[in-house]
Ligand binder design. Structure first.
Ligand code: ATP
Ligand code: MG
Length: 507
């Protein structure tokens, strides 16, 4: 008895050693992952396909009675890719467990194991064959970027009912377009049943040197290929309006907000008081830089039109130009013009009564509401007063055929010269999908949004109406900058005394 326990332990240890030696480390934790959708996004040669095959074979061997379906768009391509790969893997990993693998080009594609587990192959274009496959216990969709969302849904429905082991669909693909349904479905929203994984060739220690060099050479020859296949990031087709490489490099930094949440406040029907920031990962305000005392900020706002537009507020540090915070929400998430105005009010107050420049084209309601709430610091535009014929001053920003190209042009230059100022992922995504159409009219690609871009452009444009230095504090001195604090910390005791005398109290 003791001996057989020992045998089991030894064979388990040997098995694990084998698994570790043949698996790309970045994928190892996914071997036991039980989410319904295991989404493998990655560049070329990262090891997605090999790993999907490894996991399926491990499960077939250790969980008897599986019926895995492996599918991609076109049946013809399945044989050379998945069937070929899985046959080879099965023979290498568990030669004694394999029962049948038909050979020859004309024969059926399937793999059967001695314990009854099977792997079946069907292209999405082979409707008859797909229909004939029943009682599936798991699915791998290879090159899912080729697959329509409707076809995916059909497969998803096929995997239901009672099975002995957990049901999982593995989805592997290259991120060929930032507007792909895969991004919207699996990356742009929270879903507890989904596990997403991102990988690149750099994760794969087994990749031949030659393949690595090919991928890296795209950097010089083809920026789109480099983005998708080397960096494993969502690709953008079409002529981008903003400097794509700069935006890409910012995205690669994957800068995270320091806080995520929303503003809570007391409201008595007239005024807002007791503003505080409530941390909540699912909420719509992302803070990248907290306000420091006396620091001036500018906030640009874009109101949602009809449909799927968002309400956006973009907040900038007006000394450095750095993007400090973003507020972004839509009707679907329960936002409306009134709530938006109140959140903007709080955002402005939180950022030292920032200058607010809100777009008043679609609706003047948020601007009016901000005025009613008693907000004090607004962007002022000049407009021709039709009644008196003189120019009058109004609050808020008006997007016209004259102002739109102007503010977008200003932002275009900024992205070219100082891309490091923009840090928010959603904003950077939108900058990438902002393209020229045939009439050289800059607009969001396909059904992509441009609210973050417009709000940002308005914020940058409004900067000249806000001071660009820290306000002096009560003792008439400017608050210390980060650099001053650093110098002070590194100074000797004697130097510290001198610095204090020179700069005054930091508070
Ligand atoms: N055990 C292994 N795991 C992963 N990759 C391996 C392994 N052994 C060899 N490789 C090499 O890594 C290459 C890339 O792996 P794989 O085909 O899984 O990448 P991929 O992420 O599916 O790429 P693509 O997006 O181009 O389809 C293989 O073709 C092979 O040359
Ligand atoms: Mg692959």
């Amino acid at each position: 008895m003791a001996k057989s326990n020992l045998d089991t332990a030894v064979s388990a240890a040997l098995w694990w050693r084998g698994v570790k030696s043949r698996t790309v480390p970045a994928f190892l934790p996914l071997l036991f992952d039980e989410h319904r959708h295991l989404v493998l996004k990655g560049g070329g040669g990262s090891g997605k396909s090999i790993f999907a095959g490894q996991k399926i074979i491990e499960r077939c061997v250790s969980e008897p009675g599986h019926r895995f379906l492996v599918s991609r768009k076109v049946a013809r391509t399945l044989r050379q890719s998945c069937f070929h790969q899985l046959s080879q893997q099965a023979r290498e990993m568990y030669p004694d467990e394999v029962e049948v693998i038909p050979r020859g080009n004309s024969s059926e594609m399937y793999i059967r194991f001695r314990n009854g587990s099977e792997i079946l192959f069907a292209g999405l274009d082979d409707v008859e064959k797909l229909k004939s496959i029943h009682d599936i216990t798991g699915i791998w969709i290879e090159e899912a970027s080729e697959v329509a969302e409707g076809d995916f849904d059909q497969l998803d429905i096929r995997l239901r009912g009672a099975t002995k082991y957990y049901k999982q669909i593995i989805i592997s693909f290259n991120p060929i377009s930032i507007n792909h349904w895969l991004k919207k479905r699996f990356f742009d929203r929270e879903d507890k049943r989904v596990r997403v994984h991102e990988s690149t060739y750099r994760d794969n220690p087994f990749l031949p040197e030659e393949d690595r060099l090919t991928l890296e050479a795209y950097k010089e020859t083809n920026p789109y290929y480099y983005t998708v296949y080397a960096l494993g990031m969502w690709g953008v087709v079409g002529k981008t309006f903003f400097h794509a490489q700069n935006v890409q490099e910012q995205l690669e930094k994957r800068i995270l907000p320091v806080r995520v949440g929303r503003f809570a406040y007391d409201y008595d029907g007239l005024a807002i008081s007791n503003i505080r920031f409530v941390d909540d990962d699912t909420s719509f305000v992302r803070i990248y830089q907290e306000p420091s005392p006396g620091r001036p900020f500018v906030c640009g706002g874009d109101t949602a039109g009809e449909g799927s537009d968002s309400f956006v507020g973009q907040c900038l540090d007006n000394v450095t130009g750095q993007q400090a915070a973003i507020l972004r929400s839509c009707y679907e998430d329960g936002m409306d013009e009134g709530l938006y105005a109140k959140q903007l009010y709080c955002l402005g107050q939180y950022y030292n009564e920032a200058l607010l420049a809100v777009e008043t084209n679609f609706s003047t309601h948020p601007q009016k509401e901000l005025e009613r709430l008693g907000y004090k610091n607004f962007y002022v535009r000049e407009r021709a007063d039709t009644y008196s014929g003189r120019t009058a001053k109004s609050f808020g920003f008006q997007t016209t055929s004259r102002t739109r190209p102007m503010v977008l042009g200003e932002l275009q230059r900024l992205v070219r010269e100082q891309p490091e100022l923009i840090v928010d992922q959603t904003t950077l995504d939108e900058l990438l999908t902002f393209t020229f159409d045939e009439k050289m009219h800059a607009a969001a690609e396909g059904d992509a949004h441009d609210d973050c871009v417009m709000a940002l452009a308005i914020a940058y444009h409004a900067r000249t109406q806000q001071r660009n230095y820290d306000a002096p504090n009560a003792n008439g001195r400017k608050p210390w900058t980060k650099g001053m604090w650093e110098d002070y910390r590194n100074a000797s005791a004697r130097e510290k005394e001198q610095l204090l005398a020179e700069w005054g109290d930091p508070a």
